[in-house]
Design a protein around this ligand. Structure first.
Ligand SMILES: Nc1ncnc2c1ncn2[C@@H]1O[C@H](COP(=O)(O)OP(=O)(O)O)[C@@H](O)[C@H]1O
Ligand SMILES: [Mg+2]
Length: 257
């Protein structure tokens, strides 16, 4: 059964019984080592890596539940849902803390100031988190995972889940609630003081990083990304950075005030 959701592997991710089959990339062995580590430490908020099938696809456990796909359902836009994403992300970072990434070849890293030994997920889009009963229970799609940082993941998740962008670019029930939702997200995750002072810089860099990643895919003629080319939600990084730097309320919310 074809699974709806992603962009990069659109039309190529299928469910077979209790498993999911996905195309591999050059860096898949690194992601598999990561999933094995998460299994070893008993983290159940990620699929299990079960091997490679006869067609060369990776075999993962199927996680029962539902990812958040457009049009976004009301239950995915609640504060409870947002709180559960922060909690899940925190527990992932605890589970991955003692994983050594050095023996593996990873996808392109985040900006240098965001890179450390911790392997961050790096792609916390709504369709990459599985929910059950209104709460986030698992991260999926570790294709972009690489040495990064908690801060980089928090910035990515806050940007997409709060979301952090001008209200004109928000069409669902989250519109008008950025400040309170950001405060909730940062607090639920439990960012420390130093990270709080850097989170908006991370958000700005994260927006630019993804903008450039999409540009790269468009230039490479990757069809599923073409629809982004004219998407009204695609904000030029300079415009986004300006909006962020002007927004004092958002800056205060990251500090918890
Ligand atoms: N392990 C899994 N358990 C349950 N559903 C999954 C799993 N892996 C993928 N899916 C489903 O397949 C969709 C696309 O998979 P994903 O791995 O995110 O592909 P892409 O690389 O295209 O983003 C997801 O949005 C989700 O609906
Ligand atoms: Mg995906």
């Amino acid at each position: 059964m074809l699974l709806p959701g992603g962009i990069a592997n659109r039309g190529k991710v299928v469910r077979v019984g209790d498993t999911v089959r996905r195309p591999q990339r050059d860096t898949s062995p690194a992601a598999h080592a990561l999933l094995r580590h998460l299994e070893k430490v008993g983290f159940d908020g990620a699929p299990r890596f079960l091997g490679v099938d006869s067609q060369g696809r990776e075999v993962l456990s199927y996680i029962p539940g539902t990812p958040v796909l457009p049009p976004y359902p009301d239950w995915a836009l609640t504060e409870e849902a947002l709180d559960s994403v922060a909690t899940l992300l925190r527990s992932y970072h605890q589970a991955v803390a003692h994983f050594d990434p050095t023996p593996h070849t990873w996808p392109p890293s985040p900006p240098r100031s965001m890179v450390g030994p911790l392997v961050s997920h790096n792609d916390l889009n709504l369709d990459n988190i599985v929910f059950r009963d209104g709460r986030a229970v698992a991260l999926i799609d570790f294709d972009l995972a690489s040495p990064g940082s908690r801060l980089w993941d928090v910035a990515c998740a806050a940007r997409l889940w709060v979301p952090l962008r001008p209200d004109a670019y928000i069409t669902d029930a989250r519109r008008g609630h950025a400040v309170q939702r950001l405060r909730l997200f940062v607090g639920s995750y439990g960012l420390d003081r130093d990270e709080r002072s850097r989170v908006l810089t991370a958000v700005q860099q994260n927006q630019q990083w993804f903008f450039e990643l999409v540009e790269w895919h468009i230039a490479a003629g990757h069809r599923a990304f073409m629809k982004y080319k004219k998407a009204e939600t695609r904000i030029p990084p300079a415009k986004y950075a300006h909006w962020l730097s002007e927004n004092q309320e958002i800056a205060r919310a990251t500090l918890g005030s």
